[in-house]
Each structure stands twice: as structure tokens, then as C-alpha cells.
Design a protein around this ligand. Structure first.
Ligand code: BGC
Length: 759
């Protein structure tokens, strides 16, 4: 394969070529020979701690070498900027940073992103395994699945020759029309943080680094390069930042990517508040902060306010961390100590996570795509959400003689989301459409739902209609025993959707089909929540998200009951846009470079919290997900020990098939108030045979029962009564609750008790 040839040539090039970034004034190689050629590499001693090793190597480094580590290139030619990627970078990749060969410090090869090893559009794209979208993985509510998916894509990353994966997107869903929601993990800080943290751990288990992003408040794509988010510290810490904080705690990422937007007047990549104060000081982050591609805007403010590495030259206007940074250090505007700190932050995770001891050697031939496809499929199956199922229309009966499959190119494949995270499928796309250039193309992966359906009912007549004409589709529906209508919404980086309606008249299609045949099942492939004006007229609906490499197979297995659906919504599906904090996305439709302000008046009341606060009834609540069996949640008890709440309960499978339930525990203040009536305190996903029951228990993170106090940088738990609620979703009519009493207590910024009076 041409691509494999390219990789081996690349490996040779890496071995042979000595490197020198464009700005370096001293020739590092000559310098090296002069001073350090014979220096023993004490830092290569694996018995030393990462700190000790970092200190040792830093002592050997010249200023130019430190500067090399903080300066990153785009790994793809950018003809529109007249720029070529460094020869040592990997084709169509996101990024590249020169290492220090004489000291045994490897280059950094950076690949996007969260669903697999992505490629920038153009020639020689990599073909890799794609997980379902990030929101689909969040819908599994299963940390093991998230970890295994991360481990799988991380292994491909390493095999392709990358040692930094730009995965770990956890911008919480404040805006359901955000074009990148598919990359993230929904609206709740606990769920999103835990899922993304597990994914990061999985990726880093391959001895590579993963990247928590986009730090922070890049919650809409409209004017993402220029908008200014106004948010108060306490709301931020209890919502967006809490998701990032939890993901950081769980995943321990080696790097963090600061985002494009401004926050309270400052660019995120030069925000002292975000970078120095919250991330490094409060959370104790030891790794490096890299800028998003084109998100660096200065030299001195950026370096002094906490940015450690400029990424993706030539995306920024200037080489701020090139010659300009050297001059700033020489003139004292940025101290040498700070430059050393920047280099230290890049090096420490390289030692800590094994990049130095286990250098990457590209070997894409070793990838077992079949096995990896199954990892992706399991994730997709676990995350599909059965939204509605009247009269047990699903699972499909194998006795059906005539099945109609309509719409969404279900004859050939499944949809994927667009932009820098785009993974190109093994064997080539089943269909390529959308914009020719970024954030296009729009790709369908070659996993045909139609074929997977037909394979399960060989005796039935399965007929496909492309859905472009509602009249012929309805005619086919009328003649069929059961109808499977596929609808989709392509979303992509850099563009928000105008509203939550399905595009291209698909609502008309579904309405016409459902009118012709009530036994209509709708299969949705969307980036996030959409409206469903036809819902009451269809028999069943399944949210399949963007289901990844084996998506067609996963969909068929769920439809036929080979897999009992167990996904639950990680985000509220509104009944209309009027229920949202904003009627339209601020600034939409985008006026290029407009410096708009987006004010988070909703504070920390994001998603279901906002709906609770306002008393809105959603189309589907957060946490919703049906099964082919039924469950009963009961015996709720809550104990308080050392001011920590532990809820215990039983889950029983009262139906006739094995299945998995996501039991959710919410907390609600009775004698005090929060930003909203309740918060998710924890959950447990249990797998139960028909008739079986199990006991489960959840200890609630004390931050989730406190309010963040900015002045003291602590979380305050108010003395009083709290309701502990056991529910199957955020608006469950069958929810039960018990009351507990908490003493007043103070937690430090990371949620550790500072003092408490124990009852
Ligand atoms: C995206 C990042 C991505 C980077 C490199 C940016 O446009 O916002 O998520 O990692 O490009 O491709």
C-alpha cells in the first residue's frame, strides 16, 4: 500500500534527518557536539522518578533546545498559507514538535482525536478504526467501555507512529446546536468527566499522551475564534470546569489544549485565570498546555499566563513561541525560569507516561482492524438509546415478510461527524458528500444497515427506498409489514446547526411513512438532540448517534434483539428550542471575525438542571433509555458517614429477557438552594438476567452536594436536609427518595474535606 510505503520511508527519514526549527538562532546539533556529546544520559535511568529524570535532562538543555519543545507545527501541508509540513511529521496529521535527539528526547507526533486516529483531508489519509461518536460513548454510562475504546484507538495511534493523541474533548453541552457536541460527552459534569477520564486512561495505557480539551468554554462553534464568554467563577467551577476537573482527576492527561475563544475578556490561551490559577495552581496539573491550532495570540502574555506550547504553525498569525519568545527571554520579559518550566511541563509527561522509554515505531500493518472493529461495535451497541417502543414493536420479529428500509443511505453505510476528528474508514468511504474542504468531507462508513438487516431475515423481502421522495417512500411503507426509516443530521466542527430540526425534509418523510404504516421504527444518526414532531405517530425510535466502523451491524443487532439496548441519554432532548436558555445560538448565522459576547446567564444550570429550574418538560429527559426488558428500582437507603452520602438500593429485572439498567442517584437540597433543584450524584449500570436482582451502592462526591465559594476557593456544604433520589432518568415518575441530614462542611478546591463536624 502506498500509505505503508510512506510510513516506512518516514521511519527512515526520522532516523536520518537532523532537525532544526525555522527560528533557531544557534545550531542545536553543533552546540550539542561542542558541549554535550559525551554526556552520560543519567535521565534514561528508569529507576528514577519522572521528576528526577526531568530535572537531570533539563540541566543539559540549551535555551534553543528548550525553545524547540514549546513550538509545534501543523503535520499537513497548508498551501493556502504557503506552508509545508516538516519532513519528519506524519502525513495528513494534526501536529509535530521537534524533540532533542542528542538527549534521547523523541519528537512529538500528534494525531486527532476522540473517536480514532483521524486524518486531515487530502491525499494519503490513514484508514483507521472509528469508535462511535463521543456522545454515543457517554450514552453507554459505562466506564469500562470508554476505557476499552480509548485503549483501542490509542493502540492504533501508536501503530501509526503517533505519541500524542489529541483526544479528551469534554466541553459540556450548554448548546445542543453546537456542531461539535458529537465529539463531547453530554451535559452533566460528573458523567462527562468520568467517561472522558476513562477514555484518556485507556489511550495513555499505550504509553502515549492524551490531551484534555478544549479548555475552556468553547461551547459553540459560531465565532469560536473571537467570541468572549462571560461566566462567573462559581458557575464555571460547578459546571464546565467541574467536567474538566473530574476528567483530569480520572484520566491524568499529559497535556491540556486551551481553546480558541476568549473568557471574561482574555483569550483562553493567555488566561492567567484558566491556565495558571485554575489548572496549574488549584488542580495541580503537571503536564503541558498546548494551544488549539490558531489559538495563540501573543508571546509575553501567553507565556507568562500559562501557555506552554504553541501548536500548529502556520495557523497562528505569528511564530509567537519561536524567535519572539527567545528574544522575550533574552530581554527578561519572560524569565528563563518560566521557559524552563514550559520545557519541564512537556518533558515530565514524556517520562511519566512512557514516551521516552517506549519510543513509537510505526507499524500500521500490525493493526488488527477486525478485532478493533469489534471494540467499536461493542461501544456502539452499548450506547444506542431505545427512545420509544410502543407495543413492543422492537425487537423486530423475524417472521416479517416484507421490510422497508428507508433513507439515510442505509443501503451502504452509516454517518460520521465532520472536522479535524474525522477518521477515514478502512476500505474507503461508502459515500462521500458534504463540503469538499474542511469541515468536509461528509463520510459514510462502509457498514450497511440494509445488508445487516437482510442477513438476519433471509426469507423476507427487504426493500430499500432512498427517502428523497416521501410519496414513493410512503407507498413502500404501506405495502410493508414493518418500516425502518433512517434519519440523520450531519454535524461538524466549525459550524453549528441552525436549529434542532432534522435537515432535508426528513420530518416530512417520517410523517408520511408513519401515516402509511404505524409499525414504523425510526433510527436516528444525529450529533446530539433533535426535535421529533412525528414521535407520537411512530411505533419506535432508536438513537444510534454516529455509530462508528461497524455501525450497520450494531444497529441491526439492536433492532433484532441480539443486543438488548442499554444506552441512556447523556443530554436532555428538548421539546422545542424555546425551552433553551438561548432561542438561537449567539451570533448565528456567523459574521466572520465578529467579536461577539456570549453570556452564560444560566450559570451552572446546564441541561436537565435548567429544565428542572424552569419547569420545562423535555421531549426526552437526561438519563432516559428503554430496554426490551423491565426493571424495578427499590429499597433505597442512604447513609451518612463522615458527612459523605452513600446510597444503596436494589435493581431487579422484572421482565423476560436479560438486560442492563442504568440506576441513577440524584441529590436535591431541601433546606438550602443550589443553582437548580437537583444534580446527578452517581449511577450504576447493572447487567441482570431475567428475574434476577442485585444490590448496588453509590458514594456521592461531596462537591456535588456543595456550592463553590469563589472568595475562599472552597466548596461549602450547607448544614441541613437533602433528598437522595433513585430514578431511571431525570424526570422519572416512579423515582423514590429518602432524606439525609448533612453537617456544615468545607472542602478544598479539589473536593477534600478541610473540616467537618461528624454526626
Ligand atoms: C480543533 C482541535 C484539533 C486541532 C488539530 C482544531 O481545529 O479545534 O480539536 O485538535 O484543530 O487538528
Amino acid at each position: 500500500m502506498a500509505f505503508q510505503r510512506k510510513i516506512s520511508l518516514l521511519a527512515m527519514a526520522i532516523a536520518l534527518v537532523s532537525v532544526a526549527p525555522s527560528f533557531a538562532v544557534d545550531a542545536p546539533q553543533a552546540d550539542a557536539k561542542k558541549n554535550h556529546a559525551e554526556a552520560p544520559k543519567a535521565w534514561m535511568n528508569k529507576k528514577l522518578t519522572p521528576e528526577q529524570r526531568t530535572d537531570l535532562v533539563l540541566k543539559e538543555m540549551t535555551m534553543d533546545e528548550k525553545l524547540k519543545l514549546v513550538f509545534g507545527y501543523f503535520g499537513t501541508d497548508a498551501p493556502w498559507k504557503n506552508s509545508k509540513r516538516p519532513a519528519e511529521s506524519i502525513t495528513q496529521s494534526a501536529g509535530f514538535v521537534y524533540g532533542i535527539p542528542r538527549l534521547g528526547i523523541p519528537n512529538l507526533w500528534q494525531a486527532d482525536a476522540g473517536i480514532g486516529v483521524a486524518s486531515q483531508g487530502g491525499p494519503n489519509v490513514r484508514e483507521a478504526t472509528a469508535l462511535p461518536s463521543g456522545i454515543a460513548t457517554a450514552a453507554t454510562w459505562d466506564l469500562k467501555t470508554a476505557y476499552q475504546g480509548g485503549a483501542m484507538i490509542g493502540s492504533e495511534s501508536r501503530a501509526f507512529g503517533f505519541n500524542v493523541q489529541l483526544a479528551g474533548g469534554v466541553n459540556i453541552m450548554r448548546e445542543p446546536r453546537n456542531g461539535r457536541n458529537f465529539e463531547y460527552a453530554g451535559e452533566d459534569p460528573l458523567l462527562a468527566g468520568k467517561i472522558v477520564g476513562a477514555q484518556i486512561s485507556g489511550i495513555q495505557s499505550n504509553k502515549i499522551v492524551s490531551t484534555l480539551k478544549h479548555y475552556a468554554f468553547n461551547d459553540q462553534e459560531t465565532n469560536r475564534f473571537s467570541l468572549d464568554v462571560k461566566v462567573d467563577d462559581a458557575s464555571a467551577r460547578m459546571a464546565d470546569l467541574l467536567a474538566l476537573q473530574i476528567a483530569k482527576e480520572e484520566g491524568n492527561p499529559g497535556s491540556v489544549m486551551c481553546s480558541y475563544n476568549r473568557v471574561n475578556g482574555f483569550y483562553a490561551c493567555e488566561s492567567n485565570y484558566l491556565l495558571n490559577e485554575v489548572l496549574k495552581q488549584d488542580w495541580g496539573f503537571k503536564g503541558w498546555v498546548m494551544s488549539d491550532w490558531g489559538a495563540t495570540h501573543s508571546t509575553v502574555p501567553a507565556a507568562n499566563n500559562g501557555l506552554d506550547q504553541q501548536s500548529g504553525i502556520p495557523f497562528d498569525h505569528s511564530e509567537y513561541f519561536g524567535g519572539a519568545l527567545k528574544e522575550a527571554v533574552q530581554n527578561g520579559w519572560v524569565t528563563e525560569a518560566r521557559l524552563t518550566d514550559m520545557a519541564r511541563r512537556v518533558l515530565h509527561p514524556m517520562f511519566e507516561f512512557g514516551l521516552i522509554d517506549n519510543p513509537v515505531t510505526p507499524n500500521p500493518k500490525a493493526i488488527n482492524f477486525k478485532a478493533n472493529g469489534l471494540v467499536s461495535q461493542k461501544d456502539a451497541e452499548e450506547g444506542m438509546v431505545l427512545l420509544k417502543n410502543d407495543n413492543k414493536l422492537l425487537p423486530l420479529s423475524k417472521a416479517a415478510k416484507k421490510i422497508a428500509v428507508i433513507g439515510s443511505r442505509a443501503d451502504v453505510g452509516v454517518l460520521s461527524g465532520g472536522g479535524s476528528s474525522q477518521v477515514y474508514p478502512v476500505g474507503g468511504a461508502a459515500f462521500r458528500g458534504g463540503p469538499e474542504f474542511f469541515p468536509g468531507p461528509m463520510l459514510y462508513y462502509p457498514s450497511s444497515p440494509l445488508k445487516a438487516i437482510q442477513a438476519r431475515v433471509p426469507q423476507a423481502k427487504v426493500t430499500y427506498n432512498d427517502g428523497t421522495d416521501a410519496v414513493t417512500a410512503a407507498k413502500l411503507a404501506a405495502e410493508s409489514d414493518v418500516v425502518l426509516v433512517f434519519v440523520n443530521q450531519w454535524t461538524a466542527e466549525s459550524v453549528d446547526v441552525p436549529n434542532l430540526s432534522l435537515p432535508d425534509n426528513q420530518d416530512t418523510l417520517v410523517a408520511a411513512v408513519a401515516k402509511a404504516n404505524a409499525k414504523t421504527v425510526v433510527v436516528l444518526q444525529t450529533g446530539g438532540p433533535v426535535l421529533m414532531p412525528w414521535l407520537s405517530n411512530v411505533g419506535a425510535a432508536v438513537e444510534a448517534w454516529y455509530p462508528g466502523t461497524n455501525g450497520g451491524e450494531a444497529i441491526a443487532r439492536v433492532l433484532f434483539g441480539e443486543v438488548n439496548p442499554s444506552g441512556h441519554l447523556p443530554a436532555t432532548f428538548p421539546a422545542s428550542e424555546s425551552q433553551l436558555p438561548r432561542l438561537v445560538v449567539d451570533g448565528y448565522p456567523e459574521v466572520k471575525d465578529a467579536r461577539i459576547t456570549v453570556t452564560y446567564n444560566e450559570g451552572a444550570a446546564v441541561g436537565y438542571k435548567w429544565f428542572d429550574l424552569k419547569g420545562h418538560t423535555p421531549l426526552f429527559p437526561f438519563g432516559h433509555g428503554l430496554s426490551y426488558t423491565e426493571f424495578a428500582l427499590g429499597d433505597l437507603k442512604a447513609q451518612v458517614k463522615d458527612n459523605l452520602i452513600t446510597a444503596s438500593f436494589t435493581v431487579k429485572n422484572t421482565g423476560e429477557t436479560a438486560g442492563k439498567e442504568v440506576a441513577q442517584v440524584y441529590v436535591s437540597p431541601i433546606t438550602t438552594t443550589w443553582e437548580a433543584p437537583k444534580r446527578l450524584g452517581g449511577w450504576q449500570k447493572v447487567d441482570l438476567k431475567a428475574g434476577a436482582s442485585t444490590k448496588a451502592s453509590i458514594t456521592i462526591d461531596p462537591r456535588l452536594v456543595g456550592m463553590y465559594d469563589s472568595a475562599s476557593k472552597t466548596w461549602k456544604i450547607a448544614e441541613g436536609d437533602y433528598k437522595v433520589i433513585l430514578a431511571a432518568d431525570a424526570t422519572d415518575a416512579k423515582a423514590t427518595s429518602v432524606t439525609v441530614h448533612l453537617n456544615a462542611a468545607t472542602l478544598d478546591v479539589n473536593g477534600k474535606f478541610v473540616n467537618k463536624s461528624v454526626k
